[in-house]
Design a binder for this molecule. Structure first.
Ligand SMILES: *Cc1c(COP(=O)(O)O)cnc(C)c1O
Length: 389
């Protein structure tokens, strides 16, 4: 691995050799048949990842652009959107939808907890919602949504199910062909970015639409968007030689390469691997006397939000870790200074995580907090060693 630092933040994440190699290939024209082939393949792999035969879009932008693309193509001004929020990124849908004149209601969980399914059922009875947004993993709180319970509830209410997968896609199951308690109860939109569990550089907005979501766009005439209107991009996705706006050639090389690796490993293996990483890293950090913000039942496989023990200064802790070549992120909002966030997704390996545990032990000791590195490593290895069938 080329990465000299362990970039254990919730995105961007470490890149594999293959992806660096792809990124640095000679630039060619975006209508060159050699590029068209790669772009086409990248779009096909995206459909394969989400198991959809309907539509996928891969364009320049970040995860936020994909969020905007999801709502602007499905919900009209004056229609209602319900936002289920487990933190900062869930909340982001609110001002975004308001900017387009959409009527927004939001169900916010206490940070570290999930919105209850009963609350969602209750809210869905109050109004006719065109769509509901759910953040698969909210990167501020490291809380994972329980989509298998939410999908049937949302679909029975006649709303589109929009899933923000920016910190989950390629690590958690987001199979758009799967039915949840009824044939019609499927995910309508998954949106994501390139730089988190997929393991490509930042810069791509990625989104898949079900047939029902496509139909929602078709039933709207004009929408208050141009760059993010899927109607402008459709011809490019069908034939990447067509022009709408110049695609980021080298990023597409890198994304295609990262997606090949994702699908070679396979989603089943990736879901299991991330699940183990999450459990293992949290068990080991708990052995240091630290606590996770989220309860284990709702804690994400891709990153963790860990509360500091009494007396540990956030900036100093992270500065000392960075000197040892490990980068973790601070916490957001009210938690800033009280917790740190550690990513364990994509190309992160058990070796990287073990090294991190060792170095964290050193830093905690340096800062006057006595810990047992042996107990933490033992906890980590025990979880990884569990055979899953
Ligand atoms: C990172 C993130 C976003 C925003 O993505 P950008 O690429 O930074 O625009 C949105 N939602 C979630 C869940 C995220 O983790």
């Amino acid at each position: 691995m080329k990465n000299k630092e362990y970039l254990l933040i919730p995105g961007p994440t470490p890149l594999s050799e293959e992806v660096y190699e792809a990124l640095g290939q000679e630039i060619i024209g975006h209508t060159d048949p050699r590029f068209i082939k790669i772009y086409k393949h990248a779009i096909e792999l995206t459909k394969e990842l989400f198991r959809t035969n309907a539509e996928a879009y891969v364009i320049s932008g970040s995860g936020t652009l994909a969020m905007e693309m999801a709502i602007v193509n499905t919900v009209s001004k004056g229609q209602r959107l319900l936002v289920i929020s487990h933190g900062y990124f869930g909340d982001r849908f609110v001002p975004m939808a308001e900017a387009f004149g959409i009527e927004v209601d939001v169900l916010q969980a206490k940070w570290g907890e999930q919105v209850s399914v009963e609350q969602v059922v209750h809210q869905l009875k109050k109004h006719d919602y065109k769509a509901v947004t759910v953040t698969h993993v909210d990167t501020s709180t490291a809380v994972m949504a329980n989509i298998s319970q939410l999908i049937p509830v949302v679909k029975r209410a006649g709303a589109l199910f929009i899933l923000d997968g920016v910190c989950a896609s390629a690590a958690l199951d987001e199979d758009m062909s799967k039915s949840y308690g009824g044939a019609e109860n499927k995910i309508d939109i998954v949106l994501t970015g390139s730089q988190k569990a997929i393991g490509a550089p930042p810069g791509l907005a990625i989104i898949a639409f079900s047939e029902q979501a496509v139909a929602a766009r078709e039933s709207m005439e004009q929408i208050p968007a141009y760059y993010t209107d899927i109607k402008n991009w459709r011809k490019v996705m069908e034939d990447p030689g067509a022009y709408f706006a110049t695609p980021p050639v080298n990023l597409i090389y890198a994304y295609e390469s990262a997606m090949k690796l994702v699908l070679e490993e396979g989603m089943e293996a990736r879901v299991e691997r991330h699940d183990k990483y999450g459990k293992a890293i949290r068990r080991s950090l708990h052995a240091f006397g630290m606590r996770s913000l989220a309860k284990e039942e709702v804690a994400a496989p891709t990153l963790s939000c860990i509360l500091y023990p009494e007396g540990i200064d956030d900036k100093e802790f992270r500065r000392r870790l960075q000197v040892k070549g490990i980068v973790v992120a601070g916490a957001l909002g009210e938690l800033a200074g009280k917790a740190f966030r550690i990513g364990h997704m994509g190309n992160t390996t058990p070796e990287m995580l073990e090294y991190t545990i060792r170095q964290m032990a050193v830093v905690l000791e340096e800062m006057g907090h006595k810990v047992s590195v042996g107990a933490a490593l033992k906890a980590f290895r025990e979880v990884l060693a569990v055979e899953t069938v």
